[in-house]
Design a protein. Structure first.
Length: 523
């Protein structure tokens, strides 16, 4: 582990001011909360700028900041695919999934499966999403943040993890989603500004574009690597990302909850587009610093140390404190969003079913209690992950890739094909979860032997294809149950009276042209 950095007095003041401002915003938001609808979905009153910035901030986790820098340090631009391909799936969320969700006033993803496939599918997904949120959004993020703070300040990992959890819980439990979204907007601005400053100063230290381009191997500037690449081949990136991204952007409660809280479908779609536009800059401010670190500090053995190395190497006193605050911003926001989505699912999809007829104040108190309890559980998960022996990017992506296939298959078929049946969904969800768990365990423990399995990205895609086939065949072999107000995409648009759809499609088309240009440049 890297030696502790020396924080100047001004750095400490900057970090302290950030924490105070963050808590102030969160607590002010709490005064406007009126009931459980505010706690879970901010009264379904969010506009597109709030949705866009909140989605962006939620997506920028410390694991991304550390993981992308480390990946760029060793592999180059290939990590940019995980951001520049995201627009396709945010478009899928906005233009295909959201009309179904909004039309039926869905509050949670299990609620959608209840409507589409019945209570068994609803119950399974409730617990499945709780598990994925606990590990992916809370445990992994807390571990990444705790690693940053322990490296930066020189305190034990468990102390930094506990401190971060307390800050996130303090305003999330009181202010709910409204507090999370308002702090997201503040933190998005801080993350973007701080990351741009870091990129500019790192580039100035390198001296010129020529030094940057030729300071690393030529293939560092290629988005796609050959099919023979053992880790990030072009086919692994495209196929593996497909599987994970459907789950992450279109199904995962922590992400989708922001568009569910939109004032209407138009605001939700524009918010998703705004996030996609912001992702244009993501590789510049998160991938480039890792490549620049490869030029400035070659030979680092632990890629998880790359981000902090470049922060301390190029920034002066005061700005180091700002970047530590930026990392805290990304961390606390991710934790807060995860806490809120976990509380929403457990309270609305589990507890309210066990104890029906709860009053609004009772639901709100239950949600607050859940936030505190899961924060304690997440602390334990974070400490356990510190013994995993893998870098942060592999931990986060590995968990995501093996969680995603069953849900991606069931939701995609369920939304696009009316013939899909409840029994098929149950078989695919339960059987797929067991299959993915067993394959994941075998993959990470090298059973039957090392080199037997393909890389985790392509393996995830293979699992997805198998489960798609299972879902389709099972639907054809089982009886279709009458639907409960599940309309086609066009019916949903028509019934909601949304008439400005042409403009949003034109915006997506423009973004597609820009993305095509970037892929031509970097290949």
């Amino acid at each position: 582990m890297q030696k502790n950095i020396s924080l100047a007095t001004i750095d400490i003041y900057v970090i302290g001011i950030y924490i105070l401002v963050l808590l102030l915003i969160g607590f002010i938001s709490s005064k406007k909360r009126k009931g459980s609808e505010d706690l879970f979905l901010s009264s379904r009153n969010l506009t597109w700028p709030k949705i866009g910035l909140s989605l962006f901030s939620t997506n920028v986790s410390p694991m991304m900041m550390i993981g992308f820098a480390g990946l760029a340090y060793s592999q180059g631009m290939v990590g940019a695919n995980f951001e520049w391909l995201a627009w396709l799936f945010l478009m899928l969320l906005a233009m295909v999934f959201l009309p179904h969700y909004q039309k039926n006033k869905i509050s949670t993803m299990p609620g959608f499966l209840d409507l589409r496939f019945g209570k068994r599918a609803h119950t399974f997904l409730s617990y499945y999403l709780l598990l994925s949120t606990a590990f992916l959004w809370l445990g992994c993020a807390l571990y990444a943040g705790g690693l940053i703070i322990s490296q930066a300040i020189g305190i034990p990992l468990y102390i930094s993890v506990i401190g971060i959890a307390i800050i996130a819980v303090s305003y999330t439990a009181i202010g709910g989603l409204a507090a999370v979204v308002r702090t997201d907007m503040f933190q998005s601005s801080l993350i973007i500004a701080g990351s741009i400053i870091l990129t500019i100063l790192a580039f100035s230290k390198i001296g010129s574009i020529d030094n940057l381009i030729h300071g690393v191997p030529e293939d560092f500037w290629h988005l796609f690597k050959p099919a023979t690449d053992p880790d990030y081949s072009w086919n692994s990136i495209l196929l593996g990302y497909l599987t994970a991204a459907i789950f992450f952007f279109c199904i995962d409660q922590t992400i989708v909850q922001k568009v569910l809280a939109a004032k209407n479908i138009e605001q939700g779609q524009k918010g998703a587009f705004f996030t996609s536009s912001l992702k244009l800059m993501m590789p510049v401010i998160f991938i480039f610093p890792g490549i620049m670190a490869a030029v400035l500090y070659p030979g680092l053995k632990n890629t998880d140390e790359v981000y902090l190395k470049i922060v301390t190497g190029v920034l002066p006193a005061g700005l180091i404190g700002l970047m530590v605050a930026v990392m805290l911003a990304a961390l606390i926001n991710t934790i807060a969003a995860g806490l809120n989505s976990f509380s929403t699912i457990l309270t609305l999809d589990v507890y309210s079913k066990i104890k029906p007829g709860l009053s609004d104040p009772q639901l709100m108190r239950a949600g607050q209690f859940v936030i505190v309890v899961i924060a304690i559980v997440a602390i334990g998960i974070a400490i356990l992950l510190s013994f995993a022996g893998r870098n942060l990017f592999e931990i986060g992506q590995g968990i995501l890739q093996f969680f995603a296939p069953p849900l991606s298959a069931v939701f995609l078929v369920g939304v696009l094909w009316k013939r899909a049946t409840p029994k098929a969904a149950e078989i695919t969800l339960l059987g797929g979860a067991v299959l993915c768990f067993l394959v994941g365990i075998a993959y990470y423990t090298n059973i039957p032997n090392e080199g037997f399995w393909p890389d985790f990205l392509i393996l995830s895609f293979y699992l997805f294809v198998v489960l798609l086939i299972v879902m389709i065949i099972s639907s054809l072999l089982t009886n279709k149950v009458p639907e409960k107000e599940l309309y086609s995409i066009m019916e949903s648009y028509r019934m909601m009276g949304y008439k400005s759809g042409k403009m949003i499609w034109l915006l997506w088309g423009g973004l597609a042209i820009i993305m095509d240009g970037l892929y031509i440049i970097f290949n």
